[in-house]
Ligand binder design. Structure first.
Ligand code: XUL
Ligand code: MN
Length: 346
């Protein structure tokens, strides 16, 4: 028997939010960005997920040297807080130059802007000691199919992946698929798309995937299968655990809050796949409900972490011999009943 994994957890500063939605005002005062990092350890987290401008706010108005100097200062601050930067993601969905996407925009100027942000993200990652760049390809898609040449868009995405690999021999790219929102249809909706890009790249060992539970559900898939697919290829860079109630807007609910069994299976697949043994983080991407009082609201992070750990206990206490018997006998009704009873503790 191998020693059980002791999991490490991460989240991004955007998970402590103002509670806004498109139909009303923010319901919580902004919590100072710089103050958020002091909260991590107390909440049980040691990993920090970052966008480029979480590290260097206002970076578009700064020179390369200023960006570097601020990133280095940020890296020191994280170290002093006892935190590890898990990844840096170029935030390409807020700028004027990426209204129609970055890497796949029809405009050469927009594509150049997207590349500059990406190049700087790699420099920021290096300066703060993070090995991974996450590509959530937010606006790399279309609202109507005729607006872009999809074949060319895929070539441009592959070119971008190769350019990033060329920039830094140590960098890893983790692609985070999502099928929709903010675009109608995104070009990289599933782990299959992400890993095809990886294998087509010039150094596929450095290109992996990041599965967000809700993104898989929005694609009509079971997140545990998306995780298993990446694990089978040795390519699960990270996860963003959360939950989602059906095919709606991206909800970022607490892990397990809608469907405990789907959450259980994600934990099972991660455990069985040895995820975390090389220091991979259990990343959360969860938002507190708009209705939640308090400031700053962080209970959703603690609750999701606790649910994950309870489900680890559930996974570890499954009677594996019994499961094997049910599988051998092809008695999946009995297996189904056993899993439900185990989850309910009856
Ligand atoms: C968006 C999403 C992002 C990425 C990081 O749906 O999940 O927060 O995780 O850019
Ligand atoms: Mn995410």
């Amino acid at each position: 028997m191998s020693i059980p994994v002791s999991y490490r957890f991460s989240f991004g500063p955007w998970n402590i939010s103002e509670g806004g939605d498109p139909f009303g005002p923010d319901v919580r005062k902004a919590y100072d960005h710089g103050e958020k990092f002091a909260l991590y350890r107390k909440l049980g987290f040691e990993g920090v997920q970052l966008h480029d401008d979480d590290v260097v706010p206002g970076m578009d108005g700064l020179t390369d040297a200023q960006v570097l100097e601020r990133a280095e200062r940020f890296g020191k601050m994280l170290k002093e807080e006892g935190l590890t930067p898990e990844f840096v993601a170029p935030r390409l969905w807020f700028a004027e130059g990426t209204v129609d996407g970055g890497y796949t925009s029809n405009s050469p100027r927009d594509r150049e802007y997207a590349w500059e942000r990406t190049r700087r993200s790699v420099e920021i990652a290096r300066a703060i000691g993070s090995k991974a760049i996450v590509l959530w390809l937010a606006r790399e898609g279309t609202y109507i199919r005729e607006s872009k040449d999809a074949r060319l868009a895929y070539q441009r995405l592959l070119e971008t992946v190769n350019r990033i690999l060329d920039l830094d021999a140590g960098v890893e790219i983790w692609i985070e698929p999502k099928p929709n929102e903010p675009t109608d249809l995104a070009y990289v909706p599933t782990m299959g798309h992400a890993l095809t890009l990886a294998y087509a790249s010039k150094d596929h060992a450095r290109v992996k995937g990041l599965v967000e539970s809700a993104h898989a559900m929005l694609a009509g898939l079971d997140p545990s299968d998306e995780m298993a697919f990446a694990l089978a290829h040795g390519k699960l860079g990270s996860v963003h655990l959360n939950d989602q109630n059906g095919l709606k807007y991206d909800q970022d609910k607490c892990f397990g809050s809608t469907n405990l069994r789907v959450a259980f299976n994600q934990v099972r697949v991660l455990e069985e796949g040895g995820y975390g043994r090389k220091g991979e983080f259990i990343g959360l991407d969860v938002k507190a409900m708009r209705t939640q009082k308090g400031w700053p609201v962080t209970v959703h992070l603690e609750n999701s972490r606790r649910t994950f750990l309870h489900l680890v206990d559930k996974v570890r206490s499954v009677d594996g011999r019994l499961v094997q018997q049910f599988r051998d006998a092809r008695d999946y009704e009995a297996l189904d009943a056993y899993v439900l009873a185990h989850l309910m503790g009856v």
